[in-house]
Design a protein around this ligand. Sequence first.
Ligand SMILES: NC(=O)C1=CN([C@@H]2O[C@H](COP(=O)(O)OP(=O)(O)OC[C@H]3O[C@@H](n4cnc5c(N)ncnc54)[C@H](O)[C@@H]3O)[C@@H](O)[C@H]2O)C=CC1
Ligand SMILES: O=C(O)[C@@H]1CCC=N1
Length: 266
Amino acid sequence: MSGKKIAIIGGGNLGSAIAKGLLKSGFSKAAEITVTKRNTATLKDLKDQGVQVESDNAKAISQADVVVVALKPYNVKEVLSELRASFDAKKQILISVVTGVFLDDLEKITLPGLPIFRAMPNTAIAIQESITCICGRNASEEQHQYVQKMFDQLGVSVNIDEKLMDAATVLGACGIAYALRFIRASIQGGIEIGFDARTANLIVAQTVKGAAELLIKEKRHPEEEIDKVTTPKGCTIAGLNEMEHQGFSSSLIKGITASMDKIIKG
Ligand SMILES: NC(=O)C1=CN([C@@H]2O[C@H](COP(=O)(O)OP(=O)(O)OC[C@H]3O[C@@H](n4cnc5c(N)ncnc54)[C@H](O)[C@@H]3O)[C@@H](O)[C@H]2O)C=CC1
Ligand SMILES: O=C(O)[C@@H]1CCC=N1
């Protein structure tokens, strides 16, 4: 239990997922979390669990020890610059999960010297299975440890250099969508070869989970595991090679670089 009051500014997809993850993990009590949104009606689920929902950002920030900003990138400057007076650089830390807004910009919009972190999680944070890349400035060792502990409760966290934050956005945050699209395509294939959608979904999702666990728990390289599956002249290699002839790996790599270009060039 952290004991700190956390204000999440912007209770959309990610802001709400963070609140749910903090609750489920036991890192925060419901009464320690405030989630803000202009129209709080859609936050009923969180409110029913005892989370404070609020449309007044200034009030939420001034009562918080930790401010998590989960606004859309184009809203950040406008919203935060009006809230400058609510921050306290001596007592608070700011954690931004916003894509493409630098530590430099965040410090200019808020207060000089305010301990500021950028964290890039993905939506699996709602079930404590996110990968979250973190970087920060102006923070003490204790504050760094707090932020890392917070995101470790919500999955796995890794400290990175800020210059890799856009790449982290693509690989981890966008990555969950790429993985889900792989799963959806596999389900469609599974239906074509005879399964009903529900059974295909279960088989594919558990297969992907197993593949990921082999890499995470056993620290194996994917190709080492693939070699164990590909019987000579067998059906796996026939399928894999056809996928590669159709551009499977190439399309993924091109998709990843297209996402990166979109962040960099807008
Ligand atoms: N959705 C995702 O998977 C990820 C999103 N991000 C980043 O997180 C941020 C939020 O993304 P989403 O949650 O997907 O967007 P979203 O649009 O679902 O959430 C933003 C929320 O901010 C609220 N909002 C707008 N103006 C406000 C104001 N003045 N005061 C309080 N709330 C206000 C909106 O009503 C909305 O609910 C973005 O910057 C995005 O780049 C980062 C990693 C993953
Ligand atoms: O698509 C987006 O722009 C956001 C950033 C990472 C995930 N969703």
